[in-house]
Design a protein around this ligand. Structure first.
Ligand code: SF4
Length: 441
C-alpha cells in the first residue's frame, strides 16, 4: 500500500515536478507554494544525513511527535542508540512553512546545491528553493530545575512557542487513542533512551523558558499549549490554569503582548473557563478533530467513549461566552474520514461533509481550523494511504471561501504565519486572501 501513496488519481502523472505542475493547472486559483506544501504534508520527506545537519542549525523537532527514532522504519542510515536532531520545518521561497515528517517512500528530499542553497526535490527534480530558520540560543539552555528549555517549549518559529503540557494521553491506556496520534509511542522511545522526561511541564519551567526566549528574541508573538487528555478533566484544567498563570506573570512584567492560545477541552463550565481566561489565556480551541458523528467511534474512540461529541460542542459554546467571537476555534484533522471503514467512498462526499462542518461552526461564531492528516509512525493508522492531494486542496479551498464569506478572518487574531507548518489555513489567508497584517507578512 505504502508505495502507492504518490498516485495522482486525476492523471497518469506520478513522478517528479510535473506532478506539481499538473496540480497547479487543476487548481489555478491556489498559489504554487500551497500546492507544494499540501503534497509534502501528504507524502512526507525522506530522511537524509543533510536533515540531521540542518537540525543542528535550526529549531529542533523535539521531544514530542518526534519522528527521529531508531524504531522508525522510515529512517535509514541511523545506528542503534544514535540521537537524531531534525528541523521542525523548512520554509518555501515565499516563506510558507512546511513541517518535516519522515516517510521512506516519499518522493521528496532536501538537497544542498553546489552554491550552498537548499533545494526541495521531487523524485530528484527540483521543485523549489527552501531554507531553514536559524536556531536561537535559549533552546539549549536549562531552567533552574535543570530542564533543557527546548524540552519545555519547542520553537514553531523564532516568534512562536509550543508546549505539550501533558505528554501522555489516558485514552491510549485502553487502546482508544485517536487513529492518527503517535503521542505515547514517542514518549516510550524517549524513556527507553534514558531521557529525563517529565510527563507534564512545570509552571516554573514554562515561565523561565518563556522569559529566556523573550529576552533573546525581543518579542515572542505567541505561546500555544496542547497535550494529551486526562479522564479527570478538572485535574487537567488545574494544570493549565497554573501554567498560564505563571506565564502571564512574566508577560506582564516584561510588558510584551504575547498571545496565549490553548488547545484543550475545558469542561463546559463557565467558572472553569473564566478561571482560564483570568489566568491569561487569550484564545481556546477545544479540538473536535473529527466532524461526522457516525465516525467518532472509529476515528476518535477515546473521545467518543469517555467524553462524547455533545460535550465538545457544549464546551465550544460555553467557551464562546467567556472568550468571545474570534477567540474560540476547533481544529479538525482532514483525511481519516476517507480511510475509515464507515467513512466516505467518494471525495466529493468528504468535501461536502467538511463544507457543512465549516458552515455550521461559523454560523455559531466558532472558527473551524484544520490540520492535514499526516500518516505518523507509531499511530494506529500508520500504514493507511491518505486521500489525494487534490482532496486536501479542495477541502482547504472550501474552508477559505467560507471563512472569507463569514468575515471571520477579519474578526480573529492572526498568529504569525510561520508558526503554522502543518496546516494550509494561514497560507490561504495570507496568499489567497491577501492579508497584509504584521503577522501575515
Ligand atoms: S486525545 Fe487523541 S489526539 Fe489527543 S493526545 Fe489523546 S489520542 Fe492523541
Amino acid at each position: 500500500m505504502r508505495g502507492e501513496k504518490a498516485v495522482n488519481r486525476y492523471s497518469e502523472v506520478r513522478k517528479g515536478s510535473r506532478f506539481i505542475d499538473e496540480l497547479c493547472q487543476r487548481f489555478p486559483d491556489i498559489p504554487r507554494s500551497i500546492v507544494i506544501k499540501s503534497d509534502v504534508l501528504r507524502n512526507g520527506t525522506r530522511f537524509t544525513p543533510l536533515i540531521h545537519e540542518l537540525g543542528q542549525q535550526s529549531f529542533p523537532h523535539f521531544l514530542i511527535w518526534n519522528p527521529g527514532h531508531v524504531w522508525n522504519p522510515d529512517l535509514k542510515d541511523v545506528e542503534e542508540g544514535q540521537i537524531i536532531t531534525v528541523p521542525w520545518k523548512f520554509d518555501l521561497s515565499d516563506g510558507t512553512p512546511v513541517v518535516i515528517r519522515f516517510d521512506r517512500d516519499s518522493p521528496y528530499e532536501i538537497t544542498r546545491q553546489e552554491d550552498g542553497r537548499l533545494s526541495l526535490q521531487r523524485d530528484g527534480e527540483s521543485v523549489e528553493e527552501v531554507s531553514v530558520e536559524p536556531a536561537t540560543e535559549w533552546l539549549y539552555k536549562t531552567t533552574s530545575s535543570g530542564t533543557l528549555m527546548t524540552s519545555v517549549f519547542m520553537s514553531w518559529s523564532r516568534l512562536g512557542l509550543l508546549a505539550c503540557a501533558l505528554r501522555y494521553c489516558e485514552y491510549t491506556k485502553t487502546g482508544d487513542q485517536c487513529v492518527y496520534c503517535c503521542l505515547d509511542a514517542s514518549i516510550e522511545e524517549f524513556k527507553d533512551r534514558g531521557f529525563q522526561y517529565t510527563m507534564s511541564i512545570q509552571p516554573e519551567d514554562a515561565a523561565e523558558t518563556y522569559r529566556a526566549a523573550q529576552e533573546e528574541v525581543g518579542f515572542i508573538e505567541s505561546v500555544a499549549m496542547t497535550g494529551g487528555s486526562l479522564r479527570n478533566t478538572n485535574k487537567e484544567m488545574e494544570h493549565y490554569v497554573a501554567i498560564f498563570g505563571a506565564l502571564d506573570k512574566v508577560r506582564k512584567e516584561m510588558g510584551k503582548p504575547t498571545w496565549f492560545a490553548g488547545c484543550m477541552t475545558a469542561r463546559p463550565d463557565l467558572s472553569i473557563l473564566r478561571e482560564l481566561r483570568e489566568a491569561g489565556l487569550d484564545s481556546i480551541a477545544p479540538n473536535m478533530d473529527c466532524w461526522e458523528e457516525s465516525l467518532w467511534p472509529e476515528i476518535v474512540p477515546g473521545k467518543h467513549k469517555y467524553v462524547g461529541r455533545d460535550y465538545w460542542i457544549e464546551s465550544l459554546t460555553k467557551s464562546l461566552e467567556i472568550f468571545g467571537k474570534g477567540n474560540v476555534a476547533s481544529v479538525f484533522v482532514v483525511g481519516p474520514e476517507m480511510s475509515a471503514s464507515t467513512g466516505f467512498k467518494r471525495e466529493e462526499d468528504g468535501i461536502a461533509s467538511w463544507t457543512r462542518c465549516f458552515e455550521w461552526l461559523l454560523e455559531r461564531d466558532i472558527i473551524p481550523a484544520t490540520s492535514q492528516w499526516q500518516v505518523e509512525v507509531g499511530s494506529p493508522w500508520s500504514d493507511r494511504v491518505p486521500p489525494s492531494t487534490d482532496y486536501f486542496l479542495s477541502v482547504a479551498r472550501a474552508r477559505h471561501r467560507i471563512m472569507e464569506d463569514s468575515g471571520m478572518h477579519r474578526d480573529m487574531h492572526h498568529n504569525y504565519y510561520k508558526n503554522a507548518a502543518w496546516s494550509t489555513d494561514v497560507d490561504f489567508r495570507r496568499l489567497v486572501g491577501g492579508c497584509r497584517c504584521d503577522n501575515c507578512r
